[in-house]
Design a protein around this ligand. Structure first.
Ligand SMILES: NC(=O)c1ccc[n+]([C@@H]2O[C@H](COP(=O)([O-])OP(=O)(O)OC[C@H]3O[C@@H](n4cnc5c(N)ncnc54)[C@H](O)[C@@H]3O)[C@@H](O)[C@H]2O)c1
Length: 345
């Protein structure tokens, strides 16, 4: 079978440069992910920054290099476009890619800087039957997949509460128009996506925010209480003015609990207490190892190939990315209405 030809727009950190970080598991970029899959060939790159473009070409052995993505789309007859530029550019680049006739689009998160644009690109990709994947990469992480398998198998009973955080430092004063949002938007999109992944559809959210520079600028912190359609509750926080980065979820069921995040994963199961007669307590149990470990970037690239070859949906589709954004923008809306419950449609 012919290899799928891939071009990357945006040869920055997540497109290529993070691959040089000695601490990260590899591959950890789109160039790394796509070149790790044999049925794919990375043939072209595009960046407005000439130095980055040259570095990209040298690093990945790619000589088809462009400063304008429309030029790349016109000349390269690509099968797959990967969009790894700044968030406010995603929408237009997705639309240009659909129009160019590519077979699949792999877009960085967040899908777009505003919800109207996100809805539009998801609709147009669906109308054109062009698979759109959003890089919520934990969906291809074998440990997160294992956690969901455990939940679906009833290992922790009924999910009752999910606590989640994406904590980070105080951001600079940045306009919403270009940046979309603060921590709940940039890192929090992974968090709201995983809430949906583990907890299912959301009924309503009630938000609170700290927005020191006013409504036209991004928030420092946004938090929310969430009610899932299942009846479970969620509590999330993005930002929080910390001096560190932390990302974790605490999924509490009627019979156990799973903690999972950037620091690792733990499983707790209900057992008879050794300390109090007649009580049940949570005891740590080994978190089962997945059958096969692979980088989420390899998993994402393989998912793109699968979607194109089978016509099936991605496990991290544009539609999923849109749902994650709906939660975030509903939290912002609720916060600006003093915590009024906002129902998700
Ligand atoms: N999935 C993740 O965990 C993750 C991690 C980091 C970043 N991201 C997302 O990836 C995107 C890029 O972030 P980054 O940290 O790599 O930023 P970056 O600034 O390092 O890279 C973006 C690149 O896009 C280039 N660019 C800008 N405008 C362009 C245009 N018109 N045509 C071609 N290239 C253009 C820039 O020159 C730059 O090299 C953002 O949407 C961000 O939210 C996701």
């Amino acid at each position: 079978m012919k290899k799928l030809k891939v071009g990357i727009i945006g040869c920055g950190r997540i497109g290529s440069l993070l691959e040089e970080d000695p601490l990260r598991g590899k591959p950890c970029t789109h160039a790394g992910g796509f070149t790790s899959v044999p049925s794919v060939r990375l043939v072209a790159g595009c960046d407005i920054e000439p130095l980055r473009l040259r570095q990209f070409g040298k690093r990945w052995g790619v000589d088809r290099l462009y400063a304008d993505h429309r030029e790349m789309l016109k000349r390269e007859s690509l099968d797959v476009v990967c969009i790894a530029t700044w968030t406010h550019l995603h929408g237009k680049m997705v639309l240009d890619s659909v129009r160019s006739g590519v077979k699949g689009i792999f877009c960085e998160k967040p899908l777009a800087a505003d919800i109207t644009e996100a809805r539009k690109i998801v609709k147009i990709c669906a109308q054109n039957k062009t698979p759109l994947i959003v890089n919520h990469e934990r969906r291809w992480d074998p440990y997160y997949q294992k956690a969901r398998d455990l939940i679906r198998a009833g290992k922790i009973g009924e999910v009752r509460t999910i606590l989640g955080n994406a904590l980070s430092w105080t951001p600079a004063k940045l306009p919403i128009k270009l940046n979309g949002g603060g921590a709940l938007f940039h890192d929090g999109t992974h968090l709201t996506d995983l809430l949906l992944y583990f907890g299912g559809s959301i009924d309503w959210v009630s938000g609170h925010e700290v927005r020191p520079h006013g409504k036209k600028h991004i928030e420092e912190t946004a938090s929310a209480m969430i009610r899932f359609k299942s009846g479970a509750l969620g509590f999330i926080e993005g930002g929080g003015a910390r001096n560190y980065f932390n990302f974790e979820l605490d999924i509490q069921g009627s019979m156990g609990r799973i903690l999972i995040g950037n620091g690792g994963r733990e499983l707790y199961i209900t057992r008879k207490s050794g300390r109090f007669t007649g009580f049940e307590e949570l005891k740590q149990a080994p978190f089962p190892e997945p059958k096969r470990l692979q980088s989420p970037f390899t998993g994402g690239a393989k998912d793109m190939v699968r979607c194109i070859r089978t016509g099936q949906d991605s496990i991290s589709s544009g539609w999923d990315g849109l749902q994650a954004l709906k939660v975030i923008f509903s939290v912002y809306k609720s916060a600006q209405l003093n915590g009024k419950r906002i129902r998700l449609r």
